[in-house]
Design a protein around this ligand. Structure first.
Ligand code: NDP
Length: 251
């Protein structure tokens, strides 16, 4: 039920953090994974780490905010692998400022990286998934898809948008046997949140106090949901937004 042998999975932001852990999970279930990022050296190191574990991985350098770059990315994946079955829209960034201090450039950077990228990659993935007769889109949201934070106006807008975008994909593509779901991680210990803990006073303590599990998540905590949503086990599940948060969202 969870076997992904013969499947090709593209993971944006797959060269580190949550993306790499999800890619490792997909590869352990048999998929060939393609890691996407702008930093070619970081991607090459991640590919080597996966290959050293006997997993099937390669990387494509791409900027997922750029329409031409995304088109070239999908073309390269099809050329190398012949098909695309699973897309994880995980690339993300944050600029932490209150709304009144956020420039339009800051806003656009965050929206382009977190939301427009998911649109561009999903749109480009539709034809190959339809041709394959099945597809899985997994979009990465956040607790900020649900809750507000004074220092995250653009990030929150992008992550709220991801959930609604996922529902649109799910309704539009159900007839093509393509399922689209969102994952909403709680506080996960990565480069992104290490920076946040430096920048936002008291964040570490607030996350720990509010998370019933009593800890930050680690990237491997996201591997299981990626495999589930990429596999036939979830074929009748579409348009959902599933928290992976140690209970943060229900406490
Ligand atoms: P990281 O900063 O570790 O990873 C971000 C990834 O995105 C990197 O691999 C980076 O690769 C890639 N990326 C950024 N911009 C672009 C771009 N323009 N084109 C291609 N790739 C890009 O962050 P996390 O692993 O923490 O975050 C991954 C996702 O999870 C994000 O969407 C984030 O919002 C979300 N999330 C994280 C949480 C957490 O607690 N960590 C909580 C909730 C959600 P490169 O630099 O090579 O381009």
């Amino acid at each position: 039920m969870f076997d992904l042998s013969g499947k090709t999975a593209l993971v944006t932001g797959g060269n580190g953090g949550i993306g790499l852990a999800m890619a490792r999970g997909l590869a352990r279930s048999g998929a060939s994974v393609v890691l996407v990022g702008r930093d070619a050296a970081k991607s090459a190191a991640a590919v080597e780490a996966l290959k050293a574990q006997g997993l099937k991985a390669d990387a494509v350098e791409a900027d997922v905010t750029d329409e031409g770059s995304v088109q070239r990315l999908i073309a390269q994946v099809l050329e190398r692998h012949g098909a695309l079955h699973i897309l994880v829209n995980n690339a993300g960034t944050n600029i932490r400022k209150p709304p009144q201090d956020l420039s339009l450039e800051d806003w656009n950077t965050v929206l382009d990286t977190n939301l427009t990228s998911a649109f561009l990659c999903s749109r480009a993935a539709h034809a190959p998934m339809k041709a394959a007769g099945a597809g899985k889109v997994i979009n990465i949201g956040s607790m900020m898809s649900i809750f507000g934070a004074p220092y995250a106006p653009a990030y929150g807008a992008s992550k709220g948008g991801i959930v609604q975008f996922t529902r649109s994909l799910a309704t539009a593509w159900a007839a093509d046997n393509i399922q689209a779901n969102a994952v909403l991680p709680g506080g996960i210990d990565t480069e992104l949140t290490r920076k946040a803990r430096d920048q936002v006073q008291g964040l570490n303590e607030r996350v720990l106090a509010r998370t019933p599990a009593g800890r930050w998540g680690v990237p491997p905590d996201l591997a299981g949901i990626a495999v589930f949503l990429a596999s036939s086990a979830s074929d009748f599940i579409t348009g959902t937004a599933i928290p992976v948060d140690g209970g943060y969202s229900i406490a």
